[in-house]
Write a protein of this length. Structure first.
Length: 133
């Protein structure tokens, strides 16, 4: 059943405020048209669901995103440097030109994501410069 009263957040600040109040579902957001970069730097967003959202050029540097779902998201040119992505899901997400340097992950988070028209499979080593645990 869909919540007909749900309104997607309009900014990263709104996501962080709503998360602090206990909300975890932030689906179908479009933060790509904003003049300001969506800044989630250092934010704790464990177990968040961003499915179907456009997060182009978003900054998740150092964010705690364990078990978050980015399924079917557009996250091109985003920055996940040093973020904790263990258990996150990027299935069917577009991850072109996205920085995962220093990120923590388990290895299967990116299976089924798209990078330059290629589907990532287990064993592809994507991203090849993250800190795998």
């Amino acid at each position: 059943m869909t919540d007909r009263t749900y309104v997607p957040p309009q900014s990263s600040e709104e996501v962080i405020r709503r998360y602090a109040r206990g909300e975890r579902r932030f689906t179908d957001m479009d933060l790509s048209g904003s003049l300001e970069i969506s800044n989630f730097e250092g934010a704790t967003l464990v177990d968040s669901v961003f499915e179907g959202s456009e997060l182009l050029d978003a900054n998740f540097t150092g964010a705690d995103l364990r078990n978050a779902s980015f399924r079917r998201c557009g996250i091109k040119v985003a920055n996940f440097q040093n973020a904790d992505l263990r258990g996150a899901c990027f299935e069917e997400a577009s991850v072109e030109a996205t920085n995962f340097q220093g990120a923590k992950y388990n290895g299967d988070e990116f299976v089924g994501a798209y990078c330059y028209s290629n589907t990532i499979t287990l064993g592809d080593g994507f991203p090849d410069y993250a800190d795998q645990d």
